[in-house]
Design a protein around this ligand. Structure first.
Ligand code: TYM
Length: 347
């Protein structure tokens, strides 16, 4: 098999493909470290779904990333399948996109090791997400948490990815991936494509409902996030209790982070402009706005939850789809790993 250099990947296999411009490759991942939130949905998942026809897509449930912090083994197993089911339920279509579980393709861990050996620790010391996750306790967090961004670089670089659609918090990791690719290419010869992060203008950073200074996260307190499997009553309750302020107007003002965040969710899910939304709620109170927002979130998640129930009713089919996804990407990943090994002198 020839190594998937940039040139060989671009070569069309059929006359029909030759007539079409090559699609850019998308790779993105999500960690099964709890039930995904509305932040994951708005910042990443819905964008993956919406752009499936534009790109050549690979999506990954990154279980190796999840174990960088302690996980209960049974819960991790369940969360991995739940997340995959929710991604399919959200509209990831196995006919148009590949979805697989990271640990099913061992090339990810192997390439990560090689990349660890070309990544200066100074670069990792600058990663804000590590600083936030490690907090004061840097001495006792795992070495895996520290090199986590290098594993992410391996995920992306294994597939000659052009575009990485992510929320705001992952942009620094994609920049690091570019730096790692560049360093590797400089030392060992042109090998990896340097990817670009793609973030959406609206909703790239959804904040916690109970504290709009913090990012909405699956590791936060129950009241801080909406989970994709929350029933309507819980969604309405959480939104009704979300932090706002003592002012009354419903306008997009970044200095009023609580209402700004809720308006951003409304804009991201409803698709109207800021002006249209402000006009819609002119003269109305927070209570009315929050009720409308809750209706919109419930209406968005209802069909996802319905499909999720159907998918989880057939676990064998879910396993089959995930095995098929891993089989589809494994040859590409292995060919790229082989090339990297050759470049470094391991083969
Ligand atoms: P993770 O699992 O934390 O999040 C998955 C995606 O959801 C986005 N996101 C948000 N967007 C807006 N507002 C929020 N509050 C919010 N919270 C999360 C994230 O930016 C992300 O796009 N390291 C990654 C997973 C990963 C990956 C990769 C991503 C591993 N390998 C390769 C891209 C390419 C992570 O932990 O994402």
């Amino acid at each position: 098999m020839t190594a998937p250099t940039k040139a060989s990947r671009a070569k069309p296999a059929t006359a029909k493909q030759a007539a079409e411009p090559r699609r850019e490759r998308v790779f993105s991942g999500i960690a099964p470290s709890g039930t995904p939130t509305l932040g994951n949905y708005i910042g990443a998942i819905r964008n993956w779904v919406a752009e499936q026809d534009i790109y050549d897509n690979i999506f990954c449930v990154v279980d190796l990333h999840a174990i960088t912090v302690p996980q209960d083994p049974a819960e991790l197993r369940a969360n991995t399948r739940q997340l995959a089911a929710l991604l399919f339920a959200s509209g990831i279509d196995p006919k148009r996109s590949v979805l697989f579980v990271q640990s099913h393709v061992s090339a990810h861990a192997e390439l990560a090791w090689i990349l660890n050996c070309v990544t200066p620790t100074g670069w990792l010391n600058r990663m804000t997400q590590f600083k936030v996750k490690a907090g004061e306790d840097r001495e006792s967090v795992s070495a895996g948490l520290y090199v986590y961004p290098v594993l992410m670089a391996a995920d992306i670089l294994l597939y000659q990815t052009d575009v990485v659609p992510v929320g705001d918090d992952q942009v620094q990791h994609v920049e690091l991936t570019r730096d790692i690719a560049n360093t590797f290419n400089f030392r060992f010869g042109e090998t990896f494509v340097e990817p670009k992060a793609r973030i959406r203008e609206v909703g790239a950073r959804i904040m916690a409902l109970d504290d709009p200074a913090k990012k909405m996260s699956k590791s936060g307190a129950e009241a801080s996030y909406i989970s994709l499997v929350d029933p309507p009553t819980a969604i309405r309750k959480k939104i009704a209790r979300a932090t706002t302020d003592s002012e009354r107007t419903i306008v997009f003002d970044e200095n009023r982070p609580g209402i700004f965040n809720l308006l951003t969710i409304y804009q991201a899910l409803g698709g109207e402009t800021r002006e249209q939304i402000e006009a819609e709620f002119a003269g109305k109170g927070y209570k009315e706005f929050k009720a409308a927002l809750a209706d919109l979130v419930v209406a968005t998640l209802e069909p996802v939850q319905q499909r999720y129930t159907e998918i989880t009713a057939d676990p064998a089919e879910l396993d089959r789809l995930l095995a098929q996804g891993a089989e589809q990407v494994r040859p590409r990943a292995e060919a790229m790993l082989k090339l990297a090994k050759e470049r470094v002198g391991l083969l």
